[in-house]
Design a protein around this ligand. Sequence first.
Ligand SMILES: Nc1ncnc2c1ncn2[C@@H]1O[C@H](COP(=O)(O)OP(=O)(O)OP(=O)(O)O)[C@@H](O)[C@H]1O
Ligand SMILES: [Mg+2]
Length: 275
Amino acid sequence: MLVGAPDTGKSTFAHRLLEAAAAAGVSAAYVDADVDQTTCGPPACVGLHWVHRPQDLSDLGRADALEFVGSIRPERVVLEQVVATAKLADLARTRAELVVIDTTGAISGVVGQTLKYHKMELCRPDAVVGLQRGGELEPLVGMLRRFFSATVELRAADPDVRPTSPEDRRARRAAAFAAAFAAPLERWRVRPTVFAPTLPAGLDLARLDRVLVGLMDGRGRCLGLGVLEHDDGLLRVLTNSGEEMRGLRLGSLTMDPATWEVHPVRLSEVMFGLD
Ligand SMILES: Nc1ncnc2c1ncn2[C@@H]1O[C@H](COP(=O)(O)OP(=O)(O)OP(=O)(O)O)[C@@H](O)[C@H]1O
Ligand SMILES: [Mg+2]
């Protein structure tokens, strides 16, 4: 498991590990638990990509398995993010000798530390590599070493790593969402009974307009993303992966389908007008 603040070279390090594994004939899996600046699968999701041969590295962006989280920030979705990562780490273990888990740059504060604590607890890595500038990972690593038996190795982030500006991050995220909504897109009519969490009785469906959803197949598999549209009392989902959908998981983001930009929302506010 790789941990580190934004722009410390986690994803590059992950890529090198996978290259080395593939070159050595070690079957590997990449679990991309970064839900913002994702490498594998769309943002707001955790993705898994099998790397059994060197050529599998050429399409690392395509997720072989996907879990919906519904947010690009860990605040308020620590549970969803930990469960998603743990499920894919478990799946990865079934068919890979080396599992590389890339994580979000949240390393501090209650949210970052709680997230990492529970990821450790459920993903059970043998080794953690922390990439840091100065001593920024010391508090987190101190905690991980106290509570878990995994080897934790700290490395200095390469000074050549280029920081990504907030504008570039937004543009990369929007491009990744655009790719997840690549043509052919379809609009499917959806009934108000297909959601998790369940909609409260009498909810004005217009409140769900533009909410990002995860399409689920009814057997625990995430098929892809969709965005809800409300028009004239009817609710539809815009998606390119609707064929086998049985249920929709509500995310904590709204999406503008013209730009693929997202904005955070609180589901409890959308559904109940509550904070
Ligand atoms: N050792 C290195 N030397 C030079 N450049 C590097 C090195 N490692 C990474 N980079 C470059 O720095 C940038 C950020 O690296 P990377 O995406 O691996 O970081 P990250 O920690 O995964 O960032 P994020 O928090 O956005 O996920 C990339 O453009 C990458 O090519
Ligand atoms: Mg990264």
